[in-house]
Design a protein around this ligand. Structure first.
Ligand code: SF4
Ligand code: SF4
Length: 464
């Protein structure tokens, strides 16, 4: 890094004694903020509306851990589909590594619920009630008064209402919207477990958005902690162009500046929701929210300089090197993502529905009924129904053979594995002299007659 850039020694929000410095990020405008607002509105609507949408009779997204049912836009997965879930979850984890290596903390700035709700909902309400940074600071420092009390009370009542709606929506994703609606009109004592869950999350969301705020990104978020290993000099970051900006210096009246473009106005610091100075280089606290980009563009416009002194860039760009898009680790990530998603898709398409397995119980060969001279072989059929439909299946054997089973037709419940004993029989006199016969066992859908599974079994009998 450029030697002119000062290095950082401590977190901007933590004082010497560990005391937290409360941040008052300033209001700003700009094209990146407008884009992020559109994105935030879409995401917020998506989040609140999705639990009310049904696709193929299932909630669009449902993570019902208690009933072990997971629905994603019409695809319903059950515990027996764990392998599909695993492949998609592992693929998504690697996809996050790939996206971060390429585009940095795009997720944090544009799509993380913490940023979306804090910056586009809670902070806006706070600014609407208490004013811009200077007024908010003044209000906090002022002694209690009717005006201060009413502003704070109004703000917290709105925060609690939004947090409550947020918590109820989260519950809809885990329990199901119908169930949440049902519980809403019941006595809380009848669902005390879920009620406690909801009240706890309501409290946690309120504390997070009203007080904890940027500390969540700085201290609690595991994704933020991994940035130093996920980013490299070719990853996209929000960066300050120190080649153009330095040496910085104050703008003096009627004096033409001949040094760098940064006029040291600190506007980029004033708007930063994590309180950092982007001019100090890439920092773990930077959530790539683009606020400093907008703020600095506004200043550059006012001082007649080109915009983008702070911009989306990469360390390689700032150091004058060519930014590499494809690097070995990025290629490895991409290959892994494709392989894991491919395996998950394969299992989803070809390993669902009804699966049969037919085996001879250990230690059994055949039985011979002396009375009617029939050779009988015992098999166990195991059918796994990985669908939401109940299947009714008939079992058949070719002419010359007979199948005896307690259930024919046989009903296989949805999302269950069922077993059925079957006895395949043949007249002893018609039996092959080698003592072995082959028979094709067919399982058909009783309703349509379609063959669901067909396999050849070997019958043992007395050698003649
Ligand atoms: S440095 Fe800029 S992009 Fe990073 S968090 Fe602060 S304002 Fe957002
Ligand atoms: S907003 Fe721009 S000009 Fe002002 S201090 Fe930050 S980088 Fe320098």
């Amino acid at each position: 890094m450029n030697g002119q850039i000062p290095t950082r020694e401590k977190m901007t929000t933590i004082g010497d004694g560990g005391k937290r410095f409360w941040l008052y990020p300033a209001k700003f405008t700009g094209e990146w903020l407008n884009r992020r607002r559109v994105m935030a509105v879409v995401l917020i609507l998506f989040f609140f509306i999705l639990p009310w949408i049904d696709i193929n009779g299932s909630q669009a997204v449902l993570l019902d851990i208690a009933d072990r049912k997971f629905a994603f836009f019409g695809l319903v997965l059950w515990p027996q589909d764990f392998s599909i879930l695993w492949f998609f979850a592992a693929g998504t984890a690697i996809l996050v590594l790939f996206l971060t290596a390429q585009w940095g903390r795009l997720w944090c700035g544009w799509a993380c619920p913490q940023t979306v709700f804090l910056e586009h909902v809670f902070r806006r309400i706070e600014i609407w009630i208490e004013g811009d940074a200077r007024q908010r600071r003044k209000l906090d420092q002022a002694p209690i008064s009717v005006s201060k009390f009413s502003k704070k009370a109004l703000k917290y009542v709105i925060f609690i209402a939004i947090s409550s709606h947020f918590a109820n929506t989260v519950l809809c994703y885990f329990v199901g919207t119908d169930q949440v609606l049902h519980m809403t009109f019941q006595d809380p004592r009848e669902n005390w477990g879920w009620f406690t869950f909801m009240a706890f999350f309501n409290f946690m969301f309120f504390v997070d958005f009203a007080w904890f705020r940027e500390q969540f990104c700085l201290i609690a978020c595991p994704y933020g902690r991994f940035q130093s290993v996920l980013l490299d000099s070719d990853s996209m970051i929000v960066g300050y162009d120190y080649n153009r900006g330095e040496p910085r210096g104050k703008l003096r009246k009627n004096q033409e500046r001949t040094e760098g473009d940064c006029i040291d106005c600190n506007r980029c610091v004033a708007v930063c929701p994590t309180g950092i100075d982007i001019r100090q280089g890439l920092q773990m606290e930077c959530i790539n929210c683009t606020a400093c980009m907008d703020a600095c563009d506004e200043i550059m416009f006012k001082v007649n300089k080109p915009p983008k002194l702070i911009r989306y860039t990469a360390i390689a760009d700032l150091e004058g090197r060519v930014r590499r898009f494809m690097r070995p680790r990025v290629i490895v990530y991409l290959v892994l993502v494709l392989a894991l998603y491919g395996a998950g898709t394969y299992l989803m398409l070809f390993n669902r529905g009804l699966k049969f397995q037919i085996v001879r119980p250990p230690g059994q060969s055949f039985t011979l009924s002396e009375a009617d001279a029939v050779v009988s072989n015992h098999f166990e059929v195991k059918a796994t129904n990985r669908s939401e439909a109940i299947w009714t299946v008939t079992t058949e054997v070719p002419a010359g053979f007979e199948v005896v089973t307690p259930r024919n037709p046989w009903e296989i419940p949805a999302e269950e594995t069922a077993t059925l004993p079957i006895f395949v029989r043949k007249q002893k006199t018609l039996f092959n002299t080698s003592g072995k016969e082959r028979a094709v066992v067919t399982f058909r859908d009783e309703r349509t007659g379609a063959v669901l599974y067909q396999t050849e079994v070997t019958l043992m009998g007395p050698a003649q």
